[in-house]
Ligand binder design. Structure first.
Ligand SMILES: Cc1cc2nc3c(=O)[nH]c(=O)nc-3n(C[C@H](O)[C@H](O)[C@H](O)COP(=O)(O)O)c2cc1C
Length: 391
């Protein structure tokens, strides 16, 4: 698998890509190191980042034979809406630095595949840019910052853009350090160096794509905060804005502005899951932010079953963290998730081949799901539960 991508290098045709790891290898070759590492790495010792993968891989299936699996179908509903797969593109900051206008391309690929796309607060393309470039509504992810006037206006912009759900991320009031980002100068403001310029010179496709892209700043912030016009000022403003006072009571305030579907992302604890239910949110995401925040936290797949047992009948439980295949999606569904978000899996596709790469990532996962379902003897998403797991 990855061997193919390694051998063929950056020129490898998308038709030879067979798995998400291939997309990761191509992404690594085509995108400057600072942006690849920003996508790929985790916080501190990366213990939780590794646990997300290791614990998923440790879940084994129970093979069943001679079952009629000719009618396999991955379609489902997510928050009451039809979806072709139980899959959502997670909010990923700076997506537009992996590929020019990356958020628009990722959203288009998701919509073409019939699944939701989530735009990050920290996107390059703004809410309005994305809304003006795609056919259907998308989800918006919110980080609540100290400047509540700005946050209120941001929620109102999401309403005006007809975003169909608000994903409130609650695990980033304090920021986990990613050593690689600091070493690469991915600090805010960015630090430029000769080695970085050399790196850019060896990635002509990325340079052309990002330069051809219309936007290179924080799209949702630029022009909306007084006196903050350039990327350096915006970066400094953002870094000073994460609000450590944020608490459950603030949810009422958000609820008073946002009338639509609310998803609380970043739940790892049963008590917090119960609080999330009390807010009246429609869904929660069991997530450790892809191993980028609390290093030493348990993997999200390890915590999923107990959260489902505690609140799964009262709120839609979504899952993310470490998904790199259709097998992983089926594992999470078997442990009670209703749907899964993917972050890196699609960002690798975007960095590798733009919109076609995101479509490829979704396609790979869909096909792997269909094969896994077939070999486990199930035809529908509703049939997937713990009975398909070994032990
Ligand atoms: C490069 C990168 C940027 C991210 N930015 C955000 C963000 O802006 N908002 C957010 O809620 N989560 C963010 N996340 C976390 C993802 O939404 C998701 O929880 C995580 O990627 C899931 O793990 P996975 O990458 O192993 O699929 C980011 C993740 C990555 C990899």
């Amino acid at each position: 698998m990855a061997e193919t991508a390694k051998r063929k290098g950056p020129g490898m045709s998308i038709k030879h890509v067979t798995c998400i790891e291939d997309l990761r290898q191509i992404h690594k070759r085509r995108v400057p190191k600072a942006f690849f590492d920003y996508c790929d790495r985790g916080s501190y010792t990366e213990d939780t980042l590794r646990a997300n993968r290791a614990d998923l891989e440790a879940i084994k299936f129970r093979q069943r034979i001679l079952v009629d699996v000719s009618k396999r179908d991955t379609s489902t509903t997510i928050l009451g809406e039809p979806a072709a797969l139980p899959l959502i593109l997670a909010p990923v900051g700076l997506t537009g630095m992996q590929h020019g206008d990356g958020e628009i391309h990722a959203c288009r690929a998701a919509q073409a595949a019939g699944i939701p796309y989530t735009l990050s607060t920290m996107s390059i393309c703004s809410i309005e840019d994305v809304a003006g470039s795609v056919d259907k509504p998308f989800w918006f992810q919110l980080y609540v910052m100290k400047d509540r006037g700005f946050i209120k206006a941001l929620i109102e912009r999401a309403i005006a853009a007809k975003c169909s759900a608000l994903v409130l991320t609650v695990d980033l009031q304090v920021i986990g350090q990613r050593h690689a980002d600091i070493k690469n100068g991915m600090t805010v403001p960015p630090e430029w160096s000769l080695s970085k310029l050399f790196d850019f010179a060896t990635k002509p496709q990325w340079v052309a794509g990002v330069l051809r892209g219309k936007r290179r700043t924080f799209g949702n912030l630029a022009g909306h905060i007084k006196g903050m016009e350039n990327v350096t000022q915006l970066g400094q403003w953002t870094a000073s804005q994460f609000d450590t006072t944020l608490n459950w009571k603030d949810l009422d305030w958000i609820r008073s502005i946002w009338p639509g579907k609310l998803i609380i992302k970043g739940i790892l604890d049963i008590e917090d899951a119960r609080e999330a239910v009390r807010t009246g949110a429609q869904a929660l995401v069991v997530s450790n932010h892809g191993g980028r925040q609390l290093d030493g936290a348990q993997s999200s797949i390890e915590l999923l079953p107990e959260i489902v047992a505690a609140v799964g009948d009262q709120i839609e439980v979504m899952f993310d963290g470490g998904i790199r295949s259709g097998q992983d999606v089926v594992r999470a569904l078997a442990l009670g998730a209703k749907s899964c978000m993917i972050g890196r899996a699609y960002a690798y596709g975007l960095g590798a081949y733009g919109e076609a790469g995101v479509a490829k990532a979704i396609d790979i996962i869909r096909n792997e799901m269909l094969v896994t379902m077939g070999l486990c003897g199930v035809n529908t998403i509703a049939e997937i539960d713990a009975h398909i797991l070994a032990g």
